[in-house]
Write a protein that binds this ligand. Structure first.
Ligand code: TXA
Ligand code: MG
Length: 374
């Protein structure tokens, strides 16, 4: 594989400067890699019409080439500007696009026969994943770039997704031309902090959720009028529909285990008896209970009773265990993650899905029903 493109340093653009946005958009259009904020996570954007730009994404991330990318456009009407998917959309897909765009929903649709997209975007599939992000900086940038933009999360493959420009720089400095720095997404509750809900609408009568996100199955069914399957809930997905599902994801360096809140103190003692420095990732109330305990490094993730804040802070918290973030942190040997209470569909399911992936499936002492359902 050829070595990744390198820049002497990554240029930081200001989202409040029109000149910066124009320059960033021009770079994107011209085939450079540009990271930008969305309401979910920071994306690593490339002009989706330019094969060399798209292949640079795979090289910079170390992403397997069989994992296709989401194409970002600035509005639904862009689908009439480029033949990305056959029009009109199916009635169910049209209802979803109308209700949730701009927003954290990705629709996998049939690929148009005359699609101008670089072949690597869709990894040879006959479908294309489309999304219209809501974050105002993403919207401004896409409007200005005036090309469809392929953008996976702007992390190195396998690492937690980035929710700040600092996370992007940490993973991709020099491998990406620029980053538009809108700060820490976790600080604004208009953001989600976890990636978009991905739904497969290639067969509009038999749609499925390929990746849970903030848009819940219940909302999808209500708006589309069609029942959805949840692929990740199925026990035996033989050939994953979202190719990204088969890879280990979102993982900090230390091994992580998901532990029910009521068993956490007991598990903590067990690990400490083995002489291990233990990390705990949990909400503010749980962390507070451990303030006086020695041999434990706590990383606060969200507020008690507020699962959306847990979602927004999750990736930053995972990265904190790898020494990113404020102050120096000792390296822990194991992380015990206490999930928020099961709030079911939508953002709660998305959080659980990401925790299970970050722990490579190491789920202790939570109900069997939850283990098999995420
Ligand atoms: O919130 C998001 O969706 C973020 C921001 C940057 O927009 N993007 C993102 O992209 O999460 P990425 O590449 O990390 O995840 C894309 C997911 C992968 O699981 C991929 O396999 C799936 O979407 N996907 C893309 N195209 C597909 C297709 N044609 N069919 C099925 N799955 C597809
Ligand atoms: Mg990703």
């Amino acid at each position: 594989m050829p070595s990744p493109p390198t820049y002497s340093a990554t240029t930081v653009f200001s989202p409040t400067s029109e000149i910066d946005i124009a320059e960033a958009a021009a770079a994107l259009r011209d085939g450079h890699l540009l990271a930008f904020p969305t309401e979910t996570v920071y994306g690593l954007g490339a002009n989706a019409l330019t094969p060399s730009a798209v292949s640079a994404i795979f090289r910079a991330k170390g992403r397997p080439s069989d994992n296709p990318l989401i194409v970002h456009v600035s509005s639904l009407s862009d689908l009439t500007r480029w033949p990305l998917t056959p029009l009109p959309l199916s009635p169910a897909a049209a209802r979803l696009a109308k209700a949730f765009w701009p927003g954290p929903l990705t629709l996998v649709l049939p690929l148009a026969a005359r699609s101008p997209l670089a072949a690597a975007v869709t990894a040879g599939l006959r479908s294309v994943a489309l999304r219209v992000p809501k974050h105002p900086v993403a919207a401004a940038l896409l409007a200005k770039a005036a090309v469809p933009v392929a953008a996976p999360s702007a992390n190195r493959s396998g690492r937690p997704s980035p929710t700040s420009a600092a996370h992007v720089i940490r993973d991709l400095d020099g491998a990406v031309f620029g980053v538009v720095d809108a700060g820490d997404l976790a600080l604004d509750d208009a953001n989600c902090g976890v990636e978009s809900t991905v739904v497969d609408m290639t067969d509009p009568h038999n749609p499925s959720v390929l990746r849970p996100g903030a848009v819940s199955v219940r909302e999808l069914e209500r708006v589309s009028g069609v029942p959805f399957r949840e692929v990740e809930r199925g026990q035996a997905v033989e050939r994953p529909k979202a190719p990204g599902m088969k890879y280990r994801h979102y993982a900090p360096v230390a091994p992580m285990t998901i532990v029910e809140r009521t068993r956490m103190k007991e598990r903590l003692e067990e690990e400490r008896r083995k002489g291990k420095l233990v990390g705990v990732l949990a909400n503010d109330a749980v962390c507070e209970q451990l303030r006086e305990v020695s041999g434990v490094v706590t990383v606060n993730c969200g507020r008690e009773g507020d699962v959306a804040s847990f979602a927004r802070e999750l990736y930053g918290a995972l990265r904190a265990f790898d020494g990113e973030g404020k102050g120096r942190m000792e390296k822990v040997a194991i992380i015990l993650a206490v999930p928020p209470p099961d709030t079911g569909d939508g953002i709660g399911a998305a959080v659980m899905n990401r925790l299970v992936k970050a722990s490579a499936g190491s789920v202790e002492s939570i109900p069997e029903s939850l283990k098999s359902s995420h």
